[in-house]
Design a protein around this ligand. Structure first.
Ligand code: MG
Length: 371
């Protein structure tokens, strides 16, 4: 089997020059083969920049667009292709965007291997060691407390027992932050797990430490990215306050960034995004580093059903990693791009059983939102 075409696909719901919220755009890669098998992957990144990473011509040995490197290759040789892409794009790739694009390719390759062999990706990863995955619902909080109460009530009615909120109004104003967190805790009650995501908006150690002390009464399961993960020593000082477990890592890529982060930042929870960190191939390595360090792995995931499926296959085959993020985005790209979208019931989700990733993408949706 040979790769015949690498097709980058950029999707966007808002107009080109309008603002865009998490989940409202997407970057997909379809890999075509001479056997007629087509694999699909995605990266939660800047779609049009990632497209350039696929399509770029060769500039030199270490600066080559990914499609050139993949054409004619055997898609069953996933690791070999990963290493080739990493090595021959490393001036422009290596971290960040280059690895984002590689992640989408990697996921599509695993999809092809599974389809070719007629088995779900989880079987290729060693087989599922659980029969379901627990999920937590992530929502973007409003500056209206009535609206936050409504969202929480809706999630509880759907059976969620674990909630996360971040982005939107959270992180902009200290008193408002406390009000939002208090409102969610009051509405959820004491038996529900709640966690907050600051998306690094608390900026400094002093700001974050002051806020951690203010929100201590609300018994947070974790505080995600209170400050940027670049400065391990400041993240570690926050973790050492012992007020709530600190988590982070959604912005990091490859084992080379995750290893020092896991070993030096003091986080209790590491959150690689399978569509950004290097794909299924790389998150397995990151998972082993986390396991060896005694750090819990709870992947980041806030995009389409392709990300969800890839994450589910990885989690199902990974002992000790048993909690998955489930977006509450109303974006059509989240709700409808994947026709057989995995949907949780009572706070848990059952595993995909079909070959490959096991998802069916709606081609009409792709044409509707393609840019
Ligand atoms: Mg986050």
């Amino acid at each position: 089997m040979r790769i015949t075409k690498v097709e980058p696909i950029c999707l966007r719901v808002p107009a080109w020059d309008e603002g865009c919220e998490w989940g409202d755009d997407a970057f997909l890669v379809r890999i075509h083969t001479d056997e007629g098998i087509v694999g699909i992957g995605e990266s939660d990144t800047s779609p049009t920049v990632a497209r350039a990473m696929i399509e770029a011509p060769e500039s030199n040995l270490h600066c080559t667009g990914l499609e050139r490197l993949l054409l004619g290759g055997d898609p069953m040789q996933v690791q070999d292709l990963w290493d080739k892409m990493y090595w021959q794009s490393n001036y422009v790739g290596r971290r960040g965007l280059g690895i984002h694009a590689m992640s989408a390719v990697d996921i599509a390759l695993w999809d092809i291997v599974g389809q070719y062999l007629g088995v779900p990706v989880k079987e290729l990863l060693g087989g599922a060691c659980k029969d379901h995955i627990d999920v937590y619902g992530t929502f973007i909080p409003s500056d209206s407390m009535a609206e936050n109460r409504r969202i929480v009530r809706k999630l509880l009615d759907s059976g969620y027992t674990s909630l996360k909120f971040g982005g939107g109004a959270l992180g902009d104003d200290e008193d408002l932050d406390v009000e939002i967190i208090r409102t969610v805790r009051q509405e959820a009650g004491d038996q529900i797990q709640i966690q907050i995501d600051l998306a690094t908006k608390w900026r400094s150690y002093d700001h974050a430490a002051r806020m951690m002390r203010r929100v201590e009464p609300f018994n947070l399961a974790w505080a995600e990215e209170p400050i940027p993960s670049d400065d391990f020593s400041q993240v570690k000082r926050l973790a050492q306050l012992g007020i709530a477990p600190i988590s982070g890592g959604e912005d990091l890529t490859t084992r080379y960034e995750f290893r020092p982060f896991i070993e030096q930042s003091g986080v209790s929870i590491v959150q690689p995004d399978i569509t950004r960190c290097g794909g299924i191939s790389e998150i397995r390595r990151i998972g082993l580093i986390a396991e060896n360090a005694g750090v819990r792995l709870i992947p980041h995931g806030f995009s389409t059903g392709i990300l969800l499926a890839a994450t589910m296959h990885f989690l199902s085959a990974t002992p000790g990693a048993d909690l998955m993020e489930y977006s509450q985005s109303e974006s059509p790209l989240f709700r409808k791009l994947v026709k057989n979208m995995p949907v949780p019931k009572c706070g848990r989700i059952s595993l995909p059983q079909e070959p490959g990733l096991g998802i069916v993408v709606d081609d009409d949706m792709i044409e509707q939102y393609r840019i």
